[in-house]
Design a protein around this ligand. Sequence first.
Ligand code: 13P
Length: 287
Amino acid sequence: MLVSAKEMLQKAREGKYAVGQFNINNLEWTKAILLTAQENNSPVILGVSEGAGKYMTGYKTVAAMVSAMIEELNITVPVALHLDHGSYEGAKKAIEAGFSSIMFDGSHYAIEENIEKTTELINITNAKGLSLEAEVGSIGGEEDGVIGAGEIADANECKQIADLGVSMLAAGIGNIHGQYPANWAGLDFEALARINEATGNMPLVLHGGTGIPDDMIKKAISLGVAKINVNTECQLVFAAATRKYIEAGKDLEGKGFDPRKLLAPGFEAIKDIVKEKMVLFGSVNRA
Ligand code: 13P
C-alpha cells in the first residue's frame, strides 16, 4: 500500500519506535526492501535521492516501478515513496510523478528562505495528502578530505519550521552521511532533547543511520526520533556479498554469470540488514 509517511510516523512517535527509510537504487534494492517489510509486518519508507532518481531514468520510472511492485508482490504493509534531500524543483517533479512523501532540504538557505520555500511546498503536499520532511542544521560528511561534524540545529529554528505543519523534521545533531570517522564525537543528545522539547510531538528524523551504535539509536528514539535513514550500510553489504561470490569463482560455474544469480547474494544481504534494522528500530509487527 503506497501511503504518505505522516500517519506511520505519528504512530511510531507515540509507540516509541522508528520507521526505517532505506534508500533504493534499482529493482533488486526495491524488491529486497519491500519483501523484508512484508515478511516482518513493518511499515517502511523507500528513500530516493535526486541522483538515484536520475540513475533510474527519472521519478516517473521509480513511481511506476514501486506501485507496480507493491501490487505484483501483494505488499499490504504501509509503504511511503519518499524523495530524499530534494531541491525545490526536484520536490515539484517528484510530486508530479506520484511520490507519496517529499523531503525538501532547505538547510543550506538562510532560515527565512527555508521557511518560505517549505511553506510553499507544504501548501502543495497538504492539498495532495502527501507528507513533507524539512531540515534544519546540516548533516555532516566528508568533503575534500575534511571531516565536518555537521551543523547542530538551533531549537528555535526547528520550532519555527515545525510550526509550519511539516510531517517530520530532520535536525542536525552531529550525525554524518556515510561511514563515521574513528574520532566521531557521537550524537549530541543535549541538542536532540532541546529540539524535542521545542517541537512538541513532531516525529524527528535521524539521517546518517549507517554506523550509529545501537545504544545511541535507542536513546535517539527515546528522545523523539521516529524515522531513521539508512543508505550506505545496504551498499556495503551488497558490495561485500557480490565480491565474495565473484572471488569464490561462482560466476564461472555453470550459469553463475546470469544476473539473477550474480545479484542474488547481494539481494539476500540487503534483506538481512534491513531486517536487522527493523528489529533494532522496533518497527516489526507495527504495520
Ligand atoms: P547513510 O548513508 O549514512 O546511512 O545515510 C543515509 C541518509 O541519511 C539518507 O538521507
